[in-house]
Ligand binder design. Structure first.
Ligand code: ATP
Ligand code: MG
Length: 463
């Protein structure tokens, strides 16, 4: 059956804003991601409106209509409008010059024809406008490309990618996220111009990469568009084609990383937390730098988890990834290859370690660590895949530990500093903390139950 692409309704707040601008004699359209996603039958998370009104006129008309208007990007013609609690961006039709410093367009010119406004947009599927009375405006064949499942640059891809190299990463993100193929000319330009990304401001790249990673499509993008991914994250370029010289690995480091990203998605039914997805993408990033070969010619990567966590920290800082995601991803990377017996003690040690860098999030991160290790195992070689099953045992141990309120911090102990001072006859000071640490160790090792009477008795017997 042919797919039907139609827009049947729109948010009432956006209809109100468009209605107010048009009643005042201006033209206004829904544009960009909202049009694309709505045609695809998806809910769109943000609303962009474009108009021939200058921002000052937009502000006046919409304030008179009772909306709140914030001057969020007036140099580019943008204001943010809040109507019925919904916030949306309203931007004047504009065209842009090249992004000279790779951050901001060198010049912005306001124009009166909406088609010129659409021509500055990156991809045909992102260059459609829709108005409730006039319907769809699609000068570049965006609808046909949506139907074919095709990502295509608006205009000459080489020129458009030279103007702003970030568009390449966007093309890769949209093709991976929508499951589209990249049109041939656009694909040639992607491979030919990928290195242009190295000059793009890192925060701009970070926003695209974060969206790609959170969508669970970093693996797909890495396998399908290695040039663009390696230009965006040069540390990955060293992993590309890097032979692991190991009987446990059928893939080179780069391919292994991509397969781990995909396996994480598979094991979490597409619901992996962003910290796990970032960890998957960067978990082996230090392998090339830590490589050594033994006398038999086998490859080893000693210390790569710790070095990898350091590199991942620098990479994610560069991309301005939120610190809570960065810190957790680095903790997972640090622990991804740690030897761990399947015991309660080992589970408690892991929780303690995770709590050290991400206090309060150790339990979900513990499960995420097992998903990472499962994914790591299945992306090695067929015989290593059985290690993935071991993780079921670890998850079961962690579940049991959670059910009995785990103890891996001094604060979890059934006694406190005052008990220690009283029982051990100590004055306040560092010795109290040291004593609590000792107590924590014996409880974590399962030598004493975490019960008040038992702990007081143990303390009394060990002073
Ligand atoms: P998402 O759902 O990820 O937000 P989106 O299409 O809304 O997708 P945005 O980054 O919010 O993406 O950008 C809004 C619109 O602005 C795009 O649909 C596209 O038309 C245009 N756009 C964004 N970045 C560029 C760019 N670098 N060059 C040209 N047009 C761009
Ligand atoms: Mg958007």
């Amino acid at each position: 059956m042919p797919r039907v692409f139609a827009i049947e309704s729109m948010p009432t707040s956006a209809a109100y804003v468009i209605g107010a601008l048009e009643a005042a004699g201006f033209e206004a359209w829904m544009v960009g991601g909202w049009v694309r996603d709505t045609l695809l039958g998806k809910t769109s998370h943000d609303i962009d409106i474009t108009t021939d009104a200058r921002w000052e006129q937009t502000k006046r008309v919409l304030e008179e209509a009772g909306c709140e208007v914030c001057e969020t990007g007036t140099e580019l013609g943008t204001v943010t409008v809040v109507c019925e609690g919904e916030s949306m961006e309203v931007t004047t039709y504009r065209v842009e010059g090249a992004y000279d410093d790779h951050r901001h367009p060198s010049e912005v010119r306001f124009v009166s024809d909406v088609k010129d406004e659409l021509a500055r947009r990156d991809l045909t599927v992102n260059a459609m406008a829709w108005n409730p009375a006039r319907g769809l405006l699609d000068p570049f064949g965006g609808l046909r490309d949506l139907d074919r499942g095709c990502v295509r640059a608006v205009g000459d891809p080489w020129r458009r990618f030279d103007e702003d190299a970030l568009r390449m990463l966007r093309a890769v993100r949209f093709s991976a996220c929508l499951g589209f193929t990249v049109e041939q000319q656009t694909q040639r330009a992607l491979a030919g111009r990928a290195t242009g990304l190295m000059d793009v401001a890192s925060e701009r790249m970070g926003r695209e990469l974060d969206a790609l990673v959170r969508a669970g499509k970093a693996g797909t993008a890495s396998l399908e568009q290695p040039e663009v991914m390696c230009a965006a994250i040069p540390e990955l370029a060293d992993a590309r084609g890097f032979n692991q010289r190991s009987v446990y690995h059928v893939y080179d480091v780069y391919e292994h990383i991509a397969h781990v990203c995909n396996a994480v998605q598979a094991f979490t039914a597409g619901c992996a937390m962003p910290e796990l997805q970032w960890a998957a993408l960067l978990h082996d990033v230090a392998k090339p730098a830590t490589y050594s070969e033994d006398v038999d010619g086998y490859g080893h990567f000693f210390d790569h988890p710790r070095q990898g966590a350091l590199m991942a920290d620098a990479i994610m800082r560069r991309f301005a990834i939120p610190s809570e995601v960065r810190e957790a991803a680095c903790a997972l990377i640090r622990l991804h290859d740690e030897r761990m017996p399947a015991t309660e003690q080992a589970i408690r040690r892991m929780l303690k370690e995770l709590s050290g860098s991400c206090k309060g999030r150790e339990v979900p991160l513990g499960f995420a660590l097992f998903d990472l290790r499962r994914a790591d195992a299945v992306a090695k070689c067929p015989s290593a895949a059985s290690w993935a099953h071991e993780m079921d045992q670890y998850s079961a141990l962690l579940r049991a530990e959670v059910a009995r309120s785990p103890v891996f911090e001094v604060g979890h102990l059934a006694v406190g500093g005052a008990d220690v001072m009283r029982t051990c006859v100590l004055q306040p000071g560092p010795a109290v903390g040291l004593q609590l640490d000792v107590l924590l160790r014996v409880v974590m090792a399962g030598e004493v139950p975490n019960e008040r009477e038992a702990l007081l008795a143990w303390l009394a017997g060990h002073t």
